[in-house]
Design a protein around this ligand. Structure first.
Ligand SMILES: [Zn+2]
Length: 283
C-alpha cells in the first residue's frame, strides 16, 4: 500500500489556485522519497495574505508548468494509496479542484488527517498546528514550504505509528478511532441506495441539500455555530459570533473555508469534504 503525505500552497482563496506542492512517501517506517514543485496557477492573482504565508510571488511561478503537468506523475500514487495531510480537507480540496479545473477526471481518494491523528496521539493545550506538533516531536523543518510541510506531516504520522505500535496508516487509524476517509471521484457517484464504489466501501456521504453546520471554539472559549446557507447568489457560511451576526466573514468561517479544523469542536470532520465541494462550485 502506498502512503504519501501531500501539502499544497495556494495563490489566493480559491482551491484551484495551487502554486506549490510537496509530497513525501512513507515506507518501512521512514520517509523514502520527497518531491516539491512550484505550479503556475490558472490565474496570476496572488492574495497578500497567501503571499505572507508561503512567500511565493507571481514571478516565481510565471515560467513553471501548470497543475496537470506537475501532478501527472503522482496521480497513480495519490489515487491508489492513502494520502496523509495536515488539515486534509484543504489539501484534498485543492487536489480535486485543481484536477477539475484542468478538465481531468477526479479519481477516488483515501486520506487520513494528521491533525486528527495528532489530537489523539500527541494532544497539548497549545493545539495541533503543524509547527506546534513538529516542535513537540523535535521534527525540524521550514514551515510553509510545501515540500517541508509534507515531510513534517509524514514524520508526524510515523511518530504516531511508533507511539501506538502500529505498522501502517490503517493500523494507526484503527487504533485511535480516526477513519481513513474515502472521497469518491467525480463521475463516480453512487446511485441512491448503493454504498459501494469501485468495490470500496464509502466512508463519506455524497453531497446533499441538507444543511451543514459546524460547532467552533472561539478564541475566548465561547462556542459558535457556523451553518451553510443556500442563497440565490450561492452557498455562504454564516456564523453566530458577533462578527458573523454583523455579516462579516469571521475567522471561524475563514477557517472552515480552507478546511482548518483546529477549532472545530463538532465531530463532523468528514462534512468538510462535502462543504469544500459546495463552496468550490460557487467560488
Ligand atoms: Zn464567527
Amino acid at each position: 500500500m502506498i502512503t504519501l503525505a501531500l501539502d499544497f500552497e495556494t495563490a489566493n482563496e480559491r482551491r484551484d489556485s495551487a502554486c506549490a506542492v510537496g509530497l513525501a512517501w512513507i515506507a518501512d517506517g521512514r520517509v523514502v522519497r520527497r518531491e516539491s514543485h512550484l505550479i503556475r496557477p490558472p490565474e496570476m492573482r496572488f492574495s497578500p495574505g497567501n503571499i505572507r504565508v508561503h512567500g511565493i510571488l507571481p514571478a516565481d511561478v510565471a515560467g513553471k508548468p501548470a497543475f496537470a503537468e506537475v501532478m501527472a506523475p503522482y496521480l497513480a500514487d495519490l489515487g491508489g494509496g492513502v494520502i496523509l495531510a495536515h488539515n486534509a480537507t484543504f489539501d484534498i480540496g485543492v487536489l480535486r479542484a485543481g484536477l477539475g479545473r484542468a478538465g481531468l477526471p477526479v479519481p477516488d481518494f483515501a486520506y487520513l488527517c494528521t491533525v486528527q491523528v495528532a489530537r489523539r496521539v500527541f494532544p497539548a493545550p497549545e493545539g495541533c498546528g503543524l509547527g506546534k506538533v513538529a516542535r513537540r516531536l523535535g521534527i525540524t523543518f521550514e514551515h510553509h514550504d510545501a515540500g517541508e510541510d509534507a515531510y513534517a506531516c509524514a514524520r508526524i504520522a510515523l511518530a504516531a505509528m511508533g507511539e501506538t505500535g502500529t505498522g501502517d496508516v490503517h493500523g494507526l487509524a484503527a487504533s485511535i478511532g480516526v477513519p481513513v476517509t474515502e472521497v469518491p471521484g467525480e463521475g463516480a457517484r453512487p446511485a441512491p441506495g448503493r454504498g459501494v464504489i469501485s468495490g470500496r466501501a464509502m466512508a463519506v456521504r455524497p453531497p446533499t441539500s441538507a444543511s451543514l453546520s459546524f460547532l467552533m471554539r472561539g478564541s475566548t472559549g465561547n462556542r459558535y455555530t457556523v451553518t451553510l446557507e443556500e442563497r440565490t447568489s450561492g452557498a455562504v457560511l454564516r456564523c453566530t459570533c458577533m462578527a458573523g451576526r454583523f455579516g462579516q466573514r469571521c475567522r471561524h468561517v475563514k477557517a472552515l473555508e480552507v478546511g482548518d479544523i483546529t477549532d472545530l469542536l463538532s465531530d463532523n470532520h468528514s462534512d468538510l469534504a462535502t462543504l469544500a465541494t459546495r463552496l468550490v462550485r460557487v467560488a
